[in-house]
Design a protein around this ligand. Structure first.
Ligand SMILES: [Zn+2]
Length: 387
């Protein structure tokens, strides 16, 4: 009987509990915001320079106004005019006015209006700026490029000079050779549990980089355009014939351990730590195998690999380290070269990501950004300026 009474009283409380729930839901709906994750700001070298608490409002990430001064532009001052709901930002010789809730940004000094996809808003009593502001509006005033990775809540700030460089060398074409590993019926590379095959993934990524590069003015040659077999010698020959300024070999990984995951990045260093003492030392010791060619490009390879490493660390969760090994696959290539393993097909997380065309596209964009930054770094370097 006693249990029955308890049950009845619980039933009597139900409408009340439901009401509380409804009130909560309505409150959240009408206010529409929740504290989002911490946003991390990283510089061109991938170092974290600041962190800020963001607010999620109508599915957009908002940041406090102070972040501009603290992270992007120390010269920026701001004024919030409460009755007009207007935010006035001043930096150097520029003045910008934003109205809370308005999708128009007034650039006072240029006497023009610029649209913004997501409007600034007063949230929890203070003016907040949407992520779009930092990506689209701020670069108008400051010589920076702002990249945002919503998956990891990372914001990357790159100086425009590192991105665009001087276009004096516009006549010179930058040629990159991408080598999608394996190919043909006889060489599938490694296979994943979900049916993924290495040769297909690396070709998809290579082709994506190639198609995206058309807007950037690079020439990207692939060592194979389709599912065909290419020997190492054939790859090296076509690579050297095309006289590229950069060589990127793409592979995937597989391991007996399901836990092994993530991207791996390598450059060829004959003096580097040996990958497998049993296998490679013998090969190096043999006469007739020349590993000096690529060794001449060790510094440039390392320069590019560092840029790529930073790009990938912005893109992906798992920290990517750069490893230096004597690598026969890169040894005969007469240009700066890296070998990139895009993930472990034996790992469920990696295989799921690599089966997703959006992931492939974002990965290709990251690699393309690294190529662009590297090209600019060479064009800007004093060593090549007088050539
Ligand atoms: Zn491979």
């Amino acid at each position: 009987m006693k249990t029955h009474n308890n049950y009845n009283s619980l039933l009597r409380q139900y409408p009340f509990l439901i009401l509380i729930h409804l009130i909560l839901i309505i409150f959240i709906k009408t206010h529409g915001y929740a504290q989002a994750q911490t946003v991390r700001f990283v510089n061109i070298n991938g170092e974290v320079i600041a962190e800020a608490e963001s607010v999620l409002h109508n599915k957009s990430v908002y940041l406090p106004v102070d972040i501009i001064k603290d992270v992007f532009d120390p010269e920026m001052t701001y004024n919030y005019h409460l009755p007009k709901k207007q935010l006035i930002l001043k930096t150097k010789d520029k003045e910008i006015r934003l109205r809370m809730g308005s999708k128009t940004v007034n650039i006072v000094t240029d006497k023009k209006n610029v649209p913004i996809n997501v409007p600034p808003q007063v949230i929890q009593g203070r003016p907040m700026l949407p992520m779009n502001f930092f990506q689209d509006i701020l670069p108008i005033f400051d010589d920076i490029v702002v990249l945002y990775n919503p998956n990891l809540q990372r914001v990357r700030i790159i100086p425009k000079t590192a991105w665009e460089g001087n276009n004096d060398e516009a006549g010179k074409q930058f040629i990159v050779i991408i080598d999608p590993g394996h190919g043909g019926a006889e060489d599938n590379g490694c296979k994943g549990q979900n049916g993924l095959v290495e040769k297909d993934i690396v070709l998809a990524v290579a082709k994506k980089i190639q198609s995206l590069s058309k807007q950037e003015g690079f020439i990207i040659h692939l060592t194979r355009e389709q599912d065909q077999y290419r020997s190492r010698i054939q790859r090296v020959q076509s690579t050297n014939k095309n006289q590229g300024q950069l060589f990127i070999s793409l592979h995937c990984n597989a391991s007996y351990s399901e836990n092994q995951k993530g991207i791996r990045l390598y450059i060829n260093n004959p003096n580097g730590q040996l990958r497998s003492k049993a296998g490679i030392t013998k090969v190096i010791g043999q006469k007739g195998i020349n590993i000096l060619n690529q060794a001449n490009y060790l510094k440039q390879s390392k320069d590019y690999a560092t840029i790529l490493q930073n790009e990938l660390n912005f893109f992906t969760e798992d920290k990517i380290t750069l490893k230096e090994f004597p690598m026969i696959a890169l040894a005969d290539v007469y240009m700066p070269a890296v070998l990139l393993e895009l993930g472990f097909l034996s790992n469920t997380d990696d295989a799921t990501k690599l089966a997703n065309p959006d992931y492939i596209s974002e990965l290709a964009k990251s690699i393309l950004r690294s190529i662009k930054l590297y090209e600019t770094s060479i064009n800007n370097s004093p060593d090549t300026a007088n050539e």
